[in-house]
Write a protein that binds this ligand. Sequence first.
Ligand SMILES: [Zn+2]
Length: 191
Amino acid sequence: MSHGLIQDARFWRFLFVLDEDLAAEARRGGCRHCGSVLHSARYPRKPRGVSRRVLGAEYERRRSFCCSRAGCRRRVTPPSVRFLGRRVYLSAVVVLVTASSQGLKGERRGRLRDTFGVSDRTLKRWRRWWREEFPVTPLWRGARGRFIQLPDLAQLPASLLQRFEAASPADQLVALLRFLAPLSTVFEHAQ
Ligand SMILES: [Zn+2]
């Protein structure tokens, strides 16, 4: 588990580029209800856990679109490998901090918490989400059949991360973030 990755501006830049592709694809599809052109209607974001200097200004906005036709104006928020809905922590931080906190106790867990400014309460909530809510999401219900060996649900997300074969820990994390990207829009509208 590499925390160095989280401090690497190139990693965040790469995720931003992936998100731009996802957004362009969503925009090309037009409004799902009336087919009209979509206009930009980005959400402001103030992500926590990683410094602004590392993230860059691109992380202060999440792409979203609004139908251009008066009387429709429906919103389309593309999937994202960076943001998990309206959560203030970035997806990569939620995954890495939850995964690396598993099995850690006392001082080491305290250090992890301090590094990312994640409170025990938040960490507990993330763990509960992985244990209780993630397994019942349509994403997981639809995808679990694709795994030859199911990840241990009690050890999510570390067990899920290990199911993605990749050349490096960074690639493995990106593969998981791509997998989770559809979830990022569910929370955006639900909260
Ligand atoms: Zn429309």
